[in-house]
Design a protein around this ligand. Sequence first.
Ligand code: FAD
Ligand code: NAD
Length: 468
Amino acid sequence: MADTFDLTVIGTGPGGYVCAIRAAQLGMKVAVVEKWPTFGGTCLNIGCIPSKALLHASEMFEEAAHNFDKLGIDIDGPRLNLEQMMAHKDDTVKANTSGVEYLIKKNKITAFEGHGSIAAPGKVNVINAKGERQTIESKNIVIATGSVSTPLPGIEIDEERVVTSTGALELKKVPEHLLVIGAGVIGLELGSVWARLGAKVTVVEFLDRILPGMDGEVAKQFQRMLQKQGFEFKLGTKVTGIEKTAKGLVAVTEPAKGGDAEKINADVALVAIGRKPFTEGLGLEEVGVTLDERGRVAVDGHYKTNVDGVYAIGDVIAGPMLAHKAEDEGVALAEILAGQAGHVNYGAIPGVVYTNPEIASVGKTEEELKAEGIAYKVGKFPFSANGRAKAMLVPQGFVKILADATTDRVLGGHIVGKNAGEMVHEITVLMEFGGAAEDLARTTHAHPTLSEAVREAALACGLGAIHI
Ligand code: FAD
Ligand code: NAD
């Protein structure tokens, strides 16, 4: 007779594999089902990891081309070896996906390769690439099937000339002109990769700002920085069609509010207008699992769907589509299933845009505080007044801390600057502990570090920063 599992997780992205590992650590008998040949989901195979490998490599290329001479390093201009850069990306992906494979084995998790679907509560069907079918018996089932790119109606993706992020991570040569549709995280990160390698990049964005959801002041300053790097923005604009010709692409744009059409010639177009939950072929309708109005699996505060024994986490449910949010939900759910008090603090999930400079953000933006009628104070400090930033030739950007006007409790932190994605965590920890700006301001920071700018911004919430 086949084994009965305590938990079967469908999908091995950061939500699924982390949930499976934590459940195994808590003593459960766990299975995972994955339709791709490697573990790690979108994040490790076609998302966070390959994009960061290319962002790092292209940033090094740009540094060598534009900054080495200022530091007294004379080299003949760097030459791009795109094949090797892609090999670095592929090696990075492989090292990470095989790392997850090792962890799955180490934690004695049974892995099934194939497409999983829920046959009934307690039963998961798996069909592999050869068409062979198995049924897994499991007390609990977790849907961790992630998300896919949102298509743009009327625009056909071929992943060579009209691409999603997946194709944009695999281009065979540097486009002369890359058209990016959507000024969100993917558009700006992957636009940066190809701009640094020599492409002209035009970004068409439907709204009248970039990075919706991020602090407005941060987004505005960052847009200027990207323009200096050669990005061209067409805000308040939509793409209504793309014609493929032998010579290239001709995109037709229109003002979002209506008006005259314009044409943009490009050789590659990246469609990056968001991602949508992936639930196809999971059998949700048949077993009666409810979706919300945006097609996400509806769950309660304990990640439980309306069907007993069926849970969901990660990109497939509501909330920011971030790997660390999916991971933390995986841990919390495993703990809840083990009878513990698993919990995710959605008020303190950092978000990072890995451009140069980076943008990092946690907690409330000024716009959100205003809308909620919360009285707040702002402490700001520019990297141009930070000693280490001067030594590293990275004076761009600033730190902004938002604290409650009465209690001084930190409500949000926003950073544009080199290594912002590493620095944001001290604000995140502070917020986890309900700390005040004064707590951060009184904490000794090593000198000279970029993090001193974070402390100075906290000081600016009180008597004032020292170095400005
Ligand atoms: P996913 O990672 O999408 O994994 C879902 C898994 O389920 C996949 O392996 C899929 O094959 C499998 N699956 C689906 N259906 C079935 C089925 N029926 N049977 C079996 N298996 C199935 N987030 C960050 O936090 N930081 C970043 O820097 C970052 N960069 C990104 C860059 C790009 C280009 C993209 C596209 C995304 C990026 N993200 C980033 C977002 C991040 O990848 C997702 O938030 C994260 O992967 C979600 O994890 P998940 O476990 O919910 O789902
Ligand atoms: P996004 O939601 O970040 O940005 C999409 C952008 O496209 C928005 O600015 C939106 O206004 C715009 N848009 C929507 N429809 C449009 C249209 N028809 N024409 C022009 N513009 C349009 O989505 P994304 O950049 O595709 O990223 C998807 C998800 O992946 C995000 O939720 C993000 O959290 C995640 N991700 C995270 C990271 C990171 O954490 N560093 C990196 C990449 C992706």
